[in-house]
Design a protein around this ligand. Structure first.
Ligand SMILES: Cc1ncc(COP(=O)(O)O)c(C=O)c1O
Length: 395
């Protein structure tokens, strides 16, 4: 089976983990600190604070902005639920904005319409790794803080700068299948020193100093710490950080391979007007190509066909305002319409040339089978996906 996503792990990552396991320090410690320093350098911010997921990073980011009950935060509906859940964790209101049907990123005009005096933050998602137009968003935000959800986008660049360095805070995911993978992990990237200090405390229950810092630097009272604010326990550990340090060194090469795969899919499918390929990179917008999202009205049928050919696919995402926890009330027409047509094709750096060709051939074969390619007959009428409500399987 060709998977949709697959982490790329080499002997280097295995050796790095073995080194940490042998070191006698596997929790929050020197490898995490080293990862933070190198990741901040890579992104171009003064600080990075490493946590155990992007969900935790988003939660901390909203705490830093003192988002609370009665506040609103604008989020796109075409995203993973974490982007909105972190707002709900704060007892604030996620306000769902529609998405541009071409890029699947926030529809900036809808953002403009949804800003109120209660809006405390906007969380754009760099969907699939493609940076949103941050300059345009900043202009619309007019000073409202922007938290960049960079879960898909480690290595993506906007006008020559890394994402995560342009808004007020960046939040990254190093989950198992992300462009920089550690199993699980995340980071906030920021330039504000008090926020960095506070988020370092809040990721470790509010305790003012990590155990490593106390035991390695304090000459007396190394056992003593202070707790002025209650935090969660969501820091990274040194095993994951050791993997991350190797992945960070390999990131540009891995993303170059992703770009190459996207280029090959794009060339193969460009001639077909019955499907839409994702927007290509430009001088200003360089994607990290976490997701390769094809749009086709025959989405469900194509997925079934590819499944039978041993090719896994995904759908990223069901618009999250349609989940029952967010009311399940259709109201964002662009996202609801495009959702019926999106399919994520396999995309990961270790895909072989033969794997890529197999995906291209199988997609092509599907359209030959249904009469869209290589036949003089009129195309068959194909079933279109039903109106976009998430369906539960029968118990
Ligand atoms: C857009 C987006 N935001 C946030 C997250 C949460 O990331 P994590 O799994 O690291 O918590 C994900 C995870 O897939 C995501 O896709």
């Amino acid at each position: 089976m060709i998977q949709v996503f697959k982490p790329s792990m080499t002997q280097e990552e295995i050796d790095a983990v073995a080194e940490v396991l042998r070191s006698g320090w596997i929790g929050l410690g020197p490898k995490t600190a080293e990862f933070e320093e190198k990741f901040a350098q890579f992104v171009g911010t003064t600080y990075a604070v490493a946590v155990n997921s992007c969900t935790a990073a988003l939660d901390l980011a909203l705490k830093l902005l003192d988002v609370n009950h009665g506040h609103e935060v604008i989020v796109p509906t075409m995203t993973f639920v974490s982007t909105a859940h972190c707002v709900a964790y704060r007892l604030a209101m996620p306000v769902f904005a529609d998405v541009d049907p071409h890029t699947l990123a926030l529809d900036l005009e809808d953002v403009r319409r949804k800003i109120t005096r209660r809006t405390r933050a906007i969380i754009p998602v760099h969907y699939s790794g493609r940076p949103i137009d941050l300059d345009a968003l900043k202009e619309i935000a007019g000073g409202i803080p922007i938290i960049e959800d960079c879960a898909h986008a480690a290595g993506a660049r906007y006008k020559g700068r890394s994402v995560g360095s342009i808004g007020d805070i960046g939040c990254f995911s190093f989950h198992a299948v992300k462009t920089l993978a550690m199993g699980d992990g995340g980071a906030l990237t920021l330039n504000n020193e008090p926020w960095m200090q506070r988020s370092r405390r809040l990721r470790w229950l509010g305790i003012d100093k990590g155990t490593w810092d106390r035991t390695s630097t304090d000459k007396s009272y190394w056992w003593q710490y202070f707790v002025d604010e209650i935090g969660l326990k969501c820091h990274l550990n040194d095993i994951a950080a050791a993997i991350g340090l190797v992945q960070l060194r390999r990131l540009e090469a891995m993303n170059a391979r992703r770009r190459e795969i996207a280029r090959r899919y794009g060339e193969a499918f460009a001639a077909y007007d019955f499907m839409e390929t994702p927007p290509a990179d430009t001088a200003d917008v360089q994607s990290s190509w976490h997701i390769y999202c094809l749009k086709t009205p025959q989405r469900d049928d194509l997925c079934q066909f590819l499944q039978q050919k041993g090719i896994a696919t995904g759908v990223h995402y069901t618009p999250i305002h349609l989940y029952s926890c967010y009311g399940n009330r259709p109201r964002l027409p662009q996202a609801e319409e495009v959702f019926k047509r999106i399919v994520s094709l396999p995309m990961y750096p270790d895909m072989s040339d033969a794997d890529i060709q197999q995906v291209i051939d199988s997609v092509t074969q599907y359209y030959v089978t249904v009469g869209f390619i290589g036949t003089r007959k009129a195309p068959l009428k194909l079933p279109h996906a039903e109106a976009g409500q998430p369906k539960r399987a029968a118990a």
